[in-house]
Ligand binder design. Structure first.
Ligand SMILES: [Zn+2]
Length: 195
């Protein structure tokens, strides 16, 4: 678990990640942990089905291994890409991909930004050359587009959940979509960047 608060958190601070950052399901390593936990729990609840759950878990892990090989060249290319994000929901994905998060539209998870915070973010994005602002489609698009425009960056709306788009039916198609959309955006933004 990342971003576990080191100080006492109460509601007056408005932080909606009081137990740490819950947006952990994108990296393959975490998907394997989640699948194992689910298979174990199902096996406890339904001992007769345990063998089947174990079999399904092994099949899932094989598919993750294969996908991870397929994604490897793209993952390598994303290393070192600087991004800003709306909510602190890309932390695990950024760590997996080696992307550098240089700032957030929300000053704290769940807290709306004030103009001073946005001005600071825009200047940091410009100074650091962050060309992408990542957000989910349910956040305030007008604030995010303004920040992206002023910082000379592109606002990229990405899916983070299965079902976010009709074609995203499982974890595999979710991660496929995220990586494809990142790579398409970077190909347009950075001439040297092509896969
Ligand atoms: Zn959150």
């Amino acid at each position: 678990m990342l971003d576990i608060p080191t100080t006492r958190v109460d509601r007056s601070m408005g932080d909606i990640h009081p137990q740490g950052n819950p947006h952990y399901w994108l990296p393959p390593g975490n998907a394997r942990i989640l699948a194992r936990e689910i298979a174990q729990r199902l096996g406890q609840l339904d001992p007769q089905g345990r063998a089947q759950y174990e079999k399904n878990l092994a099949r899932f892990n094989q598919r993750v291994d294969a996908k991870e090989k397929e994604w490897a060249p793209l993952v390598q290319k994303l290393h070192g890409v600087k991004v800003a994000t709306y909510h602190k929901s890309w932390t695990y994905a950024s760590q997996w991909l080696g992307m550098e998060e240089i700032g957030y539209v929300e000053p704290k998870p769940g807290i709306p930004p004030d103009p001073q915070h946005l001005a600071r973010l825009i200047s940091v994005m410009k100074e650091d050359g962050a060309k992408l602002l990542l957000m989910e489609n349910f956040y305030n698009r007008s604030v995010a587009s303004l920040v992206a425009e002023k910082a000379g960056a592109k606002l990229l709306t990405l899916p983070t959940d299965v079902g976010a788009e009709p074609a995203i039916k499982d974890w595999f198609t979710l991660v496929d979509a995220v990586l494809k959309q990142l790579s398409t955006a970077l190909c347009v933004l950075l001439p040297a960047w092509s896969v």
